[in-house]
Design a protein around this ligand. Structure first.
Ligand code: FMN
Length: 178
């Protein structure tokens, strides 16, 4: 579990539309590589983060269900796209549109890789109330396992009601056909 050391200030940080925030992790989600854009936007020095769990930039308003889905997909060998709100070391937050994939050597998964770009603002506005709903569901449960179970169930219901997969949901937010 993540111990929140950084308090969000509510300040939104932006980065360039031509920039890509790149990180790579080992199988446990510990950072093995971060690019310069990640370091600048997240306000970390390389030595502060390499070897640390990726949740170092976890924002407390991000629902567990999203990360649960992320890990399920990548451990199963699949890619996933998701909108993620991240927390920089100075308390600023920055939304990204993330693509997370397994890294394979001779067919075996040896780690994970994520490329993130500036998200469509309308998509962030559309996903924010959904994440709030998931977080509120999680906050009704004191045990983290029950919290993630409940919000994962709720996310499944939201997607089923809309008649879409998570992938279709994500692409529909930006108005791009899946
Ligand atoms: C390649 C990769 C990229 C990830 N990128 C992020 C990210 O940008 N922000 C984030 O909060 N978690 C990211 N995660 C998920 C974290 O490993 C972690 O599951 C999440 O921060 C939730 O932390 P918690 O389980 O301690 O609550 C990534 C994981 C992997 C494998």
């Amino acid at each position: 579990m993540h111990t929140p050391l950084v308090r969000p200030t509510g300040v939104a940080r932006r980065f360039g539309i031509d920039e890509v925030i790149v990180t790579k992790t080992d199988l446990q989600g510990r950072l093995t590589y971060v690019n310069d854009v990640f370091l600048r936007v997240s306000c970390y020095d390389e030595q502060d983060v390499v070897g640390k769990p990726h949740n170092v930039i976890r924002h407390p308003e991000m629902p567990r269900a999203v990360f649960g889905l992320l890990w399920n997909e990548i451990q199963a060998g699949n890619e996933i796209f998701a909108y993620v709100n991240n927390l920089a070391a100075d308390g600023a937050h920055y939304w990204v549109f993330a693509h997370v994939t397994p890294t394979r050597v001779n067919g075996r998964i040896v780690g994970y890789h994520s490329n993130r770009r500036v998200p469509d603002q309308a998509a962030v506005q559309a996903v924010t109330p959904v994440y709030r709903q998931l977080l509120a569901e999680e906050q009704r449960h004191s045990h983290p396992v029950h919290a993630i179970e409940a919000s994962t169930r709720l996310l499944g219901e939201i997607l089923a009601d809309a008649g879409v997969t998570h992938d279709e949901f994500v692409w529909s937010l930006a108005g791009v056909a899946a």
